[in-house]
Design a protein around this ligand. Structure first.
Ligand code: PLP
Length: 379
């Protein structure tokens, strides 16, 4: 089976983990700090504003805490979002307000977000569909004008930039995922960026029980009695550790190579599928935008999409659709009607895209997809 997503791990990651074992310090320590510094440099922000955490989901929940989202507040997010974003809003007793997206890009335009903002809106959460930055700069500007906080769920966007600026750093808070399906993996893990310096310090405290820190988590000495607890606000335990940070440091070094291979596969799909019957390819990246190439998505008539997915599965090619629309998830009890989101959810299929695919794999994906499209579209 050709997987739709897959990590690339090798000897260098194994060696980095072996060094952590040998150091006998598995918890939050020097490698965590080194990973935060390296990731901050990759983003182009100061290291104090970046916290290594144990998942992007935890970061989204923490973002809602940091912004003091509460009962009665509305948070606008595209219906094409990962479930954790909606859950993080609902967990605070706030109301997720789902907005529509561009039917082909699957990212919201500024207008989709703007139309959903009301006097009760306290924050907006967007993602960068498939790694494409989308209208992030315009949405950030609009949120600033309306006095609404912006959270970027940058799980798809670890190497994405718009006009030289890293996705995840346009808003007030950005969160990345390093889970097993992402471009850069640590097993489980995530990174949090907080623009405001004081809020970034609060984030670091809340990520570790609420403990005031004199000099980092592993040296949280606040008096001569270093075992005493200086906690003034209730926190959780969301921090990463040196084992996962060691993997992340190696993966970050390999990120340009991963992104380049993903881009080459994307370009191959673009060229090889350009004349495939009844198939729509992802819209091109605007000038100045760089993608992580996290998804490659194709669109076709809703009447054949599921059959094409089944044909591909039978011939050893795994596909999927991200992200099933949240306004249809029963727990959110939404009565929103979002025509573009709904058509995209029925017409879109994500093809295999990861740096472990070789040329024969991508040729097979194309051949099987063309074969299925020709037979299904003709039927
Ligand atoms: C857009 C998006 N946000 C958040 C997450 C959650 O990330 P994590 O598994 O690190 O909690 C995912 C995971 O698939 C995702 O795709």
């Amino acid at each position: 089976m050709i997987n739709v997503f897959q990590p690339s791990l090798g000897e260098a990651e194994l060696q980095a983990v072996a060094e952590v074992f040998a150091s006998n310090w598995l918890g939050h320590g020097p490698r965590t700090r080194a990973f935060e510094e390296a990731f901050a440099a990759h983003l182009g922000v100061a290291p104090d504003h970046v916290v290594f955490i144990n998942s992007c989901t935890a970061g989204l929940f923490l973002a809602m805490d940091l912004l003091d989202i509460g009962p009665g507040d509305e948070v606008v997010l595209p219906a094409v979002s990962f479930i954790a974003a909606g859950n993080a809003v609902a967990a605070r007793g706030a109301v997720p307000v789902f907005c529509d997206v561009d039917p082909h890009r699957l990212n919201p335009d500024v207008g989709h977000v703007a139309d959903a903002i009301t006097a009760r809106t306290k924050a907006v959460i967007i993602l960068h569909y498939g790694g494409h930055p989308g209208a992030v700069a315009g949405i950030a500007e609009h949120c600033r004008q309306r006095g609404v906080a912006l959270v970027e769920d940058a799980a798809c966007a670890v190497a994405s930039r718009a006009d030289g600026r890293s996705c995840g750093t346009f808003g007030d808070v950005g969160v990345w995922s390093f889970d097993a399906m992402k471009v850069l993996v640590t097993g489980d893990g995530g990174m949090l960026y907080v623009r405001d310096a004081e809020l970034a310090r609060r984030a670091r405290r809340l990520a570790y029980h609420g403990l005031e820190q004199a000099a980092g988590f592993s040296n949280a000495r606040v008096s001569q009695r270093w075992w005493e607890l200086d906690v003034r606000e209730h926190g959780r335990r969301l921090i990463g550790n040196d084992l996962t940070a060691a993997i992340g440091l190696v993966q970050l070094g390999r990120l340009p190579e991963f992104a380049a291979r993903r881009r080459a596969i994307t370009e191959y799909y673009d060229a090889a599928l350009a004349d495939a019957p009844a198939l729509r390819l992802p819209p091109p990246l605007p000038d100045g935008h760089e993608s992580s190439y996290y998804f490659y998505w194709v669109q076709m008539d809703a009447a054949i999409r599921d059959q094409v997915a089944a044909d591909l599965y039978r011939s050893g090619v795994y596909t999927t659709f991200r992200y099933p629309p949240l306004h249809k998830v029963p727990a959110f009890k939404s009565d929103a009607v979002l025509p573009h989101t709904e058509s995209a959810a029925d017409e879109t299929l994500c093809l295999p895209l990861h740096q472990g695919l070789d040329d024969a794999d991508v040729e097979q994906v194309v051949a099987e997809l063309r074969k299925s499209m020709e037979s299904r579209a003709a039927a």
